[in-house]
Structures are given as C-alpha cells and as structure tokens.
Write a protein that binds this ligand. Structure first.
Ligand code: SF4
Ligand code: F3S
Ligand code: FES
Length: 249
C-alpha cells in the first residue's frame, strides 16, 4: 500500500542552503532514491542528485539519511515508519556542489598519490603467477565500489578539513593493504608510505568506517590493523630492524 511520506531535503550550493520539507508518494518496495526521483519528477525538477546503477554497485548515490551515511538506492523506505520524517542531506565531509551532490575529488587526489603496483622487473607479462590463497586475501578489498561512505564517516576528516592533507582515509588504507599483501608487488616501503605519507598513524581504529561499508569489507580488522602491526614490527622489532639494515647494504 502506498502512502505520503514526509521528506526533508537539503537544498543549496557552496554558498549555503537549508532543509526543505516535502510530501512525496511512496509505493511498496521503494528505496530512498525512488522517492528522491519522484520528488524531482513532480515538485523539484532542478534537484541535483548523483546516481547511476540503482543496484548498490556504482557507489554514486551516497548521502546521509537521517544523519547516517547510506547508499540511497539500498535504503528501503520501510526502514522508517510512515509517520517519520526522512531527512536526506549531502555527505558532510566533502564540499557541496549543489543539493545532494558533493565534490569527492579529495578521494581521487589521494588515489593518485598511491604508488602503483610494481611487478618484479625480471618477470614479463604472462609470467605472473599467484597462489589462490593470495588471490583470495585481496579479493575482499577489490569489492570496494568507491562510494566513499567510509571516507565521509571517519572522524579524522569529518569536520576536520585541516587533517585532509595528511590523511588518505580508510578507502586508501585498504588499497595500500591490498598491494602490500600482493606477492608480486616489488614496490618498497608501502608500510612506511602508509604511516608517514597517508596518515595511517592518525587512525585510532574506531571502526566507524567498517560499520558503514555497504560491501561489508572488514576495513579495520583486515586492512588497517595488519598494516599497523607490520609498521610496528618493522620499526621496533630489533631483529627486523637489524635485518633491514644488513640487507640494504
Ligand atoms: Fe565504500 Fe566500503 Fe569502498 Fe569505503 S571501502 S569506499 S565504504 S565500498
Ligand atoms: Fe577512521 Fe576507520 Fe580508523 S573510521 S579512525 S579509518 S578505523
Ligand atoms: Fe549506484 Fe546507488 S545508484 S550505488
């Protein structure tokens, strides 16, 4: 059975804006993105919203629904009561372009800083071989859809623009871990790069990033903590330290 939902949507641009109230029809089985589209079609044709797949796979429709970072296309309206006002606001950590669309280029800039995969020089394309167990270890990280909900949620940069230059964020930490665990990656010092240039040390493992990941990636337990442990091993384990000195000679 359909009903009329109370919707509150942030409207504005980089100069400022406000929450506006609307009443929008909802039908059985619909998600927040359906209702936003109906609002656009019937009452607010200039409402800016980014989306693409409507299947939880492109990572475009990230927003905050009642203050929680969510994919709009994967948030069912029956999560809320019919009497409840559903408030939809843009991601808080990134600058607003207009309405529900934010400028997420911070994430692409951080991705560009990441040293690329570097296969051993002696191996030629076609000679790369990996054990299944190594493939499986990184498979989890490759499920990332780059929705940036984890980046938006992390308290290190949420409301702290001043930390952004020094902090790449959880999405980049899983990429760093994936490459670090890759048996054919010959790039040196990934852990040191993560610690010193990507701000791994600023993460205090609150796990909020893991809680909001729509792909269920264990960002903290499987990527961040193992990376932190290896940094510590390398920095403070006297044997590892001695070994690294000897082999560098
Ligand atoms: Fe989104 Fe999860 Fe990837 Fe973060 S790790 S960008 S929350 S899919
Ligand atoms: Fe931030 Fe996740 Fe660490 S939320 S503090 S990157 S565990
Ligand atoms: Fe693609 Fe929501 S529209 S993830």
């Amino acid at each position: 059975m359909g009903y009329d939902a109370k919707l509150r949507v942030w409207r504005g641009d980089d100069e400022g804006g406000e929450l506006k109230d609307f009443t929008v029809e909802v039908n059985e089985g619909e998600v927040v993105l359906d209702v936003i589209h109906r609002l656009q079609a019937t009452q607010a044709p200039d409402l800016a919203v980014r989306w693409n797949c409507k299947a939880g796979k492109c990572g475009s429709c990230s927003a905050e629904v009642n203050g929680r970072p969510r994919l709009m296309c994967m948030t069912r309206m029956n999560t809320f009561t019919e009497q409840e006002t559903v408030t939809v606001t843009p991601l808080r950590t990134f600058p607003v372009v207009r309405d529900l669309v934010t400028d997420v280029s911070f994430n692409y800039e951080k991705a560009l800083e990441m040293p690329a995969f570097q296969p051993p020089a002696e191996l030629k394309p076609g000679e790369y071989r990996m054990a299944q167990v190594d493939v499986e270890r990184s498979q989890e990280f490759r499920k990332c859809i780059e929705c940036f909900l984890c980046q938006n949620t992390c308290h290190v940069v949420r409301d702290h623009d001043e930390n952004k230059p020094a902090f790449s964020g959880p999405r980049m930490f899983i990429r760093a871990a994936e490459l670090d665990m890759h048996p054919l990656d010959a790039a040196e010092n990934r852990k040191e790069f993560a610690q010193e240039s990507q701000g791994l040390g600023m993460c205090n493992i609150t796990k909020c990033c893991t809680e909001v990941c729509p792909e269920g990636i264990h960002i903290t337990d499987n990527a961040i903590i193992p990376m932190k442990e290896r940094v510590v091993d390398r920095k403070y384990d006297p044997l590892v330290w001695l070994g690294s000195k000897i082999f560098k000679r």
